[in-house]
Design a protein around this ligand. Structure first.
Ligand SMILES: Nc1ncnc2c1ncn2[C@@H]1O[C@H](COP(=O)(O)OP(=O)(O)OP(=O)(O)O)[C@@H](O)[C@H]1O
Ligand SMILES: [Mg+2]
Length: 309
């Protein structure tokens, strides 16, 4: 589908706003019609708050073809990669390495007898066609997959399809890679240090943090919550303050999850619909944080501290 004039205009304005006009990630190359649906559209507004994440990611891709994003759950890593893909006009190939996806799914498989019955997996499709390969939870990647990926991450990268008569698939000139992960920390179950070979191949590491944490409240986040849900700025401020306190506790290792702006928007949406704030929180972020009753009680106490007056 062709982009409308309004859409192209919006993208041009955002490229200007994020100072990425000088970085063309597919100069003179038009992705084929079949890949156009993989280019994200209408990605919601992203609040960058002086961190210049969009600029830093696009710059890293332009110079090094790949980069790593590190930050706790809900800090907007996935959101920003969609935005970057939209603003740079790149198809997205997204893989969550935490799910136990097999090498067959990622590289390809035969669906019948005979060579013509081979179908490419997502990683091979990316390698042939270009765009952004986004590997979420990259530190959870299984070793066999990491090992096969290594050669393609070097500058003159290629994949070898051992299953398919050792076919060599060259990395598309506009094939970019972004990996994302939660910071490794001993107290959080499930986080693992990243595979060393993958770590060495990433030139740029960008650390993500919440817009508001603890006592540090970002007015931009209050505006975002108010605008996206319809609550007053006053209520939005309390919601952000409660969220910021929960994030502080999460970063401290006291609770298993800190609410994302998306979670706070959900809470605020029910409040805007007329639900009392504490009840709305019980139906949204309390359950999102944990299913452990004790932790849920701790989360409720934080919320009551901000809303009981
Ligand atoms: N800076 C931001 N501006 C606007 N929305 C944001 C921002 N950060 C996060 N969000 C919203 O918060 C929610 C969670 O963000 P997202 O899924 O991108 O986080 P993540 O870092 O990828 O988390 P995970 O590590 O769990 O995958 C989404 O609804 C996203 O749109
Ligand atoms: Mg994510």
């Amino acid at each position: 589908m062709k982009k409308s004039v309004i859409e192209s205009e919006r993208i041009a304005q955002l490229r200007k706003k994020y100072h990425i006009e000088k970085y063309d990630l597919h100069p003179g190359y038009v992705f084929p019609e079949s890949l156009q649906p993989l280019i994200p559209r209408n990605t919601p507004e992203y609040i960058d708050k002086g961190f210049n994440y969009v600029y830093r990611i696009v710059r890293a891709l332009y110079h090094f073809k790949q980069c790593a994003l590190v930050g706790p759950s809900g800090t907007g890593k996935t959101h920003i990669v969609y935005l970057v893909a939209e603003l740079c006009g790149l198809p997205m190939w997204e893989i969550n390495c935490g799910l136990q996806t097999s090498a067959y799914d990622l590289f390809g498989r035969y669906i019948g007898l005979g060579k013509e019955n081979w179908i490419d997996g997502q990683i091979v499709q990316w390698c042939r066609n270009g765009g952004i390969l986004y590997l979420d939870e990259a530190n959870m990647m299984k070793q066999d997959i990491a090992t096969r990926l290594n050669p393609v991450l070097d500058t003159r990268g290629h994949l070898v399809l051992t299953e398919k008569d050792n076919e060599i698939v060259l990395r598309h000139p506009y094939g970019y890679l972004i990996i994302a992960m939660n910071p490794f920390s001993a107290e959080f179950i499930g986080t693992k240090p990243l595979n060393a070979a993958l770590r060495r191949r990433m030139a740029v590491w960008i650390n993500f943090d919440y817009l508001s944490v603890g006592e540090k409240i970002a007015p931009e986040e209050i505006d975002l919550i108010a605008k996206r849900s319809g609550v007053s700025r006053d209520i939005a401020e309390k919601i952000v303050k409660a969220g910021a306190e929960l994030r502080r506790q999460y970063k401290n290792g006291d609770i298993p999850y800190g609410p994302s702006p998306g979670d706070l928007i959900n809470w605020a949406t029910l409040v805007a619909d007329g639900c009392p704030p504490i009840q709305a929180a019980e139906e949204t972020i309390v359950g999102t944080t944990s299913d452990d009753v004790e932790i849920q009680a701790a989360v409720k106490r934080v919320i009551e501290a901000f809303f009981s007056s």
